[in-house]
Design a protein around this ligand. Structure first.
Ligand SMILES: Cc1cc2nc3c(=O)[nH]c(=O)nc-3n(C[C@H](O)[C@H](O)[C@H](O)COP(=O)(O)O)c2cc1C
Length: 153
């Protein structure tokens, strides 16, 4: 069994919708994922024992920042060794914000890499609520992540 966790942060629901699409794509592949809110997870408890595949779905806030409620989680990632967990990051932002569009996705991906986790799929950035094109991109994202995890066996 591939232990899979999908952790999201949302204010108005768009990132929960992204998380739900990811979870449904995982289910189509026969994988049941644990859905969690980032702010309720203690990052120091994440390990290969309880996580093979970690998927983060944060929104982006003011000036390209990560959500306030995920700051503790982000900081605690500095203290863990996540090798060889496979991860992917997707998230919804608003392209109105130009260079700051969805930068929380990159911020989290870089922190997870620094913690020793392996990025298993290209990041997906969604403008506001996910549409059909985003659903397709998220389906590919999930397939690539699963290929990576299965390749570890
Ligand atoms: C005050 C404020 C600042 C924001 N700043 C950014 C930003 O810098 N970059 C970005 O991509 N989106 C930004 N957004 C847009 C949100 O990330 C976007 O609406 C996202 O879909 C919200 O996700 P949620 O529905 O899961 O809360 C901002 C939204 C608000 C309200």
């Amino acid at each position: 069994m591939i232990k899979t966790r999908v952790m999201f942060a949302t204010l108005t629901g768009n990132n929960e919708a992204v998380a739900n699409i990811i979870i449904s794509e995982l289910e189509k592949a026969g994988i049941s994922a644990k859905k969690e809110q980032i702010e309720l997870v203690d990052a120091r408890t994440i390990s290969k024992e309880n996580t093979d595949l970690l998927i983060l779905v944060p929104y982006t806030f003011d000036l390209g920042s990560i959500p306030d409620e995920t700051l503790d989680f982000y900081e605690d990632l500095d203290e863990v060794n996540l090798s060889p967990i496979v991860f992917g990051v997707a998230g919804s932002g608003d392209d109105f914000y130009g260079d700051d569009y969805c930068t929380a996705v990159d911020t989290f991906a870089e922190r997870l890499q620094a913690s020793g986790a392996i990025e298993g799929a290209q990041r997906v950035k969604v403008n506001l609520y996910p549409d059909a094109t985003d659903e397709q991109a998220l389906a590919t994202f999930v397939q690539n992540l699963l290929t990576h995890v299965k390749g570890q066996d």
